[in-house]
Design a binder for this molecule. Structure first.
Ligand code: URA
Length: 431
């Protein structure tokens, strides 16, 4: 079939074969299919959707468009992915927990874009730490330490990089089979046997409703299963930032507290829940898995893994034991409650945008960021406040972006007379 025939097929709601998807997607990746034809096809997918097997085929074709990491020499491999949130430092805590639990994490992570942060940016708050490791060193470190983390290679699922850029300018980003295949193509190409997905739902997330989140989680688990991997998903609330801190150094500091067993309740519980899913995917009993996961935060074994991991990738490991060394921006400002009552809402998206305005995030790929700025929640939703009491603390550098941050945070804060109903952090599980 020629390309217009393939576009026509999808326009009329028909189902592609794997060979047809290869023709389209690999042709596009090689530069043989032009943007205008691929744009028409993406819009047809957006309007007509895709069948489950068809979505899995698309994902496999995208995964095979570039290098496939071979983790075959490593034991009990696990990967973790979050669909993106504000204050989401989970990977910093969960990955050393998993290593301490005897699993192997050989993971590619991203940098932050717009209001969501990235694990690589956070780790770069530790001087010397580098996400650049050759393949051999990456595998060796994963084998020795149980944890190695590198930046995403441009040869990993290159079809996704090209398609995502096109989706971004053709109003076809928010399309379930395209999101699911985009995320899972990178996970399949990264090579882990098991994958734990944290699908965020709420104001600060891609998926605004639980129903949409469930649909995405089911689609990703289905793709993984069809590709012979063990995939489990947890749906979690992202109306409010996770933990108390948002901003790179501040989040690493909070992650270190959590690794010492002194972290915020919500963050600790999410890390334990994700660790249980990872162990369950490797066939362990869930009750035992939970006890083992909690133990790694009590006995210092997860912290020891984090220290070894930081040192192995060139980081100054003394920062792990001396948090005062981190560069935290010296400027302080506060956002106050206008009336007495209960914190109803601290909007995650507003906090993410405030961190961006302060210089802690980037609008475009490649921009430098200030690791030391950020926002601290002094109160979480449900807590009582007096009129004039501080709810948020801003860490700024010489006032940069302060007015904008203050305005965003004031707009995202709601105080009510009655306490809001307590919302669970973990909304559902899919496996
Ligand atoms: N994250 C991805 O990697 N791809 C999408 O399409 C959406 C979120």
């Amino acid at each position: 079939l020629n390309i217009p025939d393939l576009i026509r097929k999808k326009r009329d709601g028909e189902t592609h074969t794997r060979a047809e998807l290869e023709q389209l997607v690999l042709g596009y990746t090689r530069g043989e299919v032009p943007d205008y034809q691929m744009s028409a096809w993406l819009m047809a997918v957006y309007l007509r959707g895709m069948q489950e097997q068809e979505t899995a085929d698309l994902t496999m074709v995208m995964a095979q468009s570039g290098d496939l990491m071979d983790l075959g020499t490593l034991e009990r491999t696990v990967d973790k992915h979050s669909t993106g949130g504000v204050g989401d430092k989970t990977s910093l805590i969960l990955t050393p927990m998993l290593a301490a639990l005897g699993l192997t994490v050989a993971k590619m992570s991203g940098r932050g874009l717009a209001h969501t942060g990235g694990t690589i940016d956070k780790l770069e708050s530790v001087p010397g730490w580098s996400p650049e490791l050759g393949e051999e060193a990456f595998l060796r470190q994963a084998r020795q330490t149980g944890l190695a983390l590198v930046g995403q290679s441009k040869d990993l699922a290159p079809a996704d990089g090209k398609l995502y850029a096109l989706r971004d300018v053709t109003a076809t980003v928010d399309c379930l089979p395209l999101i699911a295949s985009s995320i899972m193509s990178k996970k399949l190409a990264s090579g882990a046997q098991t994958v734990v997905l944290d699908v965020k739902v709420g104001a600060g997330a891609f998926m605004r409703t639980l129903e949409d989140g469930r649909g995405l989680a089911r689609a990703m688990v289905d793709i993984g299963t069809r590709a012979g991997r063990q995939v489990r998903a947890v749906l979690t609330d992202m109306d409010t930032p996770l933990g108390f801190m948002a901003g790179n150094s501040l989040e690493v500091l909070e992650a270190l507290d959590t690794l010492r067993g002194e972290g915020p309740h919500d963050l600790t519980e999410l890390c334990v829940a994700l660790a249980v899913e990872a162990l369950a995917a490797h066939g362990e009993d869930e009750t035992q898995a939970e006890a083992r996961a909690r133990q790694t935060l009590r006995d210092g074994s997860a912290l020891a893994k984090f220290r070894a991991f930081v040192a192995a990738q060139g980081g100054d490991a003394t920062y792990v034991d001396d948090p005062k060394k981190f560069d935290v921006a010296p400027g302080r400002a506060q956002v106050l409650a206008q009336t007495a009552g209960f914190v109803q809402k601290v909007d995650a998206l507003s906090v993410g945008r405030a961190v961006l305005a302060l210089g802690g995030g980037r609008e475009r790929k490649g921009e430098a960021i200030d690791h030391g700025v950020g926002v601290e929640l002094l109160k979480k939703p449900g807590e009582a406040v007096a009129a004039g009491e501080a709810v948020l603390r801003i860490y700024h550098r010489d006032g940069r972006g302060l007015d904008t941050a203050q305005r965003l945070l004031e707009g995202g804060l709601a105080v009510s007379e009655t306490a809001p109903a307590a919302e669970p952090l973990i909304l559902d599980r899919v496996n």
